[in-house]
Write a protein of this length. Structure first.
Length: 316
């Protein structure tokens, strides 16, 4: 068994009499992407700040890169990189100067600092803009520079606090690609996001933070199976076959107009198999079989009890 990159047990944090984190447990295996998902004010940034040693927890057993956060925060600091929710980029100096400053802070030699800076600026497509003041950069460029600065110290664990909030779709996809490449390189990524799609796209595991607690944790697929709404839909082109099937599957919901039957299902392999067995033994051959699992939006709204956005039906 390898040591997890991040392990938190009973993490507590309050500001005055406001409890922000009310006993959080989480484990992030090395080399994986973990997404902490939650609405504004859920405590995501607070969790990132604690795990990256910027502020201290009130209670909890916390280990990052195998080091105890309370006992040896400087060992943790040496292993991690943090890209905050609000940019660390200094707009008054150039992108290159921002990078060299980071190299200095990371105690790289002048020569090594120049080498790493040139390499990272190239990798993040910032070479052309390197000599321009960072204040002239677009939102996407600033975010890329921010991450490049985080990578100067070659951290094994990276915290990204809402890395794509406010970015246009193209820059967002760009950032996703960057994050995937980091993981391919063996880096562990702890990211926070308000976007379900982002967690779905990137994360090996997702924790939903609500009211100071982890409301649910698992892979995107596991989370989707937590809530009802999944079903299997069988569609027929022959009305006769449809009627026979409807008679054989008395528990199925009927859509006579579309010649379709719906059976509730959690989308698991086991349940799918038992449904297929039933169809086989009743001699039913559907023209089309589709599995519908609820999407992450459904899960998120169910778990955080946020008033859901109007459904497509009611918008019309
Ligand atoms: N330094 C602070 N002092 C008092 N309250 C704070 C402080 N930082 C955060 N909070 C409160 O803690 C809650 C969680 O904040 P935050 O961690 O920033 O949430 P998120 O990043 O999920 O939007 C919010 O209600 C916020 O107002
Ligand atoms: Mg935040």
């Amino acid at each position: 068994m390898t040591t997890p990159a991040i392990a938190a047990n009973g993490l507590h944090k309050s500001y005055g009499d406001k409890t922000v984190l009310d006993g959080i447990d989480l484990t992030v295996p090395e080399g994986s992407v973990f997404a902490l998902l939650g609405p504004n004010g859920a405590g995501k940034t607070t969790a990132v700040k604690i795990l990256s040693t910027l502020i201290t927890a009130d209670a909890g057993e916390l280990r990052v890169a195998g080091h105890d956060l309370a006992a040896t925060p400087q060992a943790v600091r040496a292993a991690i990189g943090v890209t905050g929710q609000f940019s660390a980029v200094d707009g008054l100096i150039t992108g290159e100067e921002n990078m060299l400053l980071m190299a200095d802070l990371n105690h790289l030699s002048k020569k090594e600092g120049r080498r790493v800076t040139a390499e990272l600026l190239e990798r993040f497509d910032l070479t052309e803009a390197a000599k321009k003041p960072a204040s002239t950069y677009s939102g996407g460029m600033k975010r890329r520079l921010d991450i490049a600065m985080t990578l100067v110290g070659s951290p094994r664990i990276i915290f990204l606090d809402e890395p794509t909030t406010g970015l246009d779709p193209r820059s967002r996809h760009n950032m996703w690609q960057i994050i995937r490449e980091l993981v391919t390189g063996g880096v562990t990524v702890f990211l926070t996001t308000q976007y379900l799609e982002e967690a779905d796209q990137l994360a090996d595991r997702i924790a939903v933070l609500n009211n100071g607690r982890i409301a649910a944790e698992g892979t995107a697929e596991q989370l989707k199976r937590l809530i009802p709404g999944g079903h299997i839909r069988l569609r027929f082109s022959d009305p006769h076959a449809y009627r026979n099937a409807a008679a054989a599957l008395a528990d199925a919901a009927r859509d006579d107009e579309a010649l379709a039957l719906q059976l509730p299902s959690d989308g698991s392999q086991r349940e799918l198999r038992s449904i297929l067995d039933r169809l086989d033994s009743a001699g039913i051959e559907a023209d089309e079989l589709t599995v519908h699992t609820p999407d992450l939006d459904d899960v998120f709204f169910a778990l955080t009890a946020t008033v859901p956005a109007p459904s497509k039906e009611s918008v019309r």
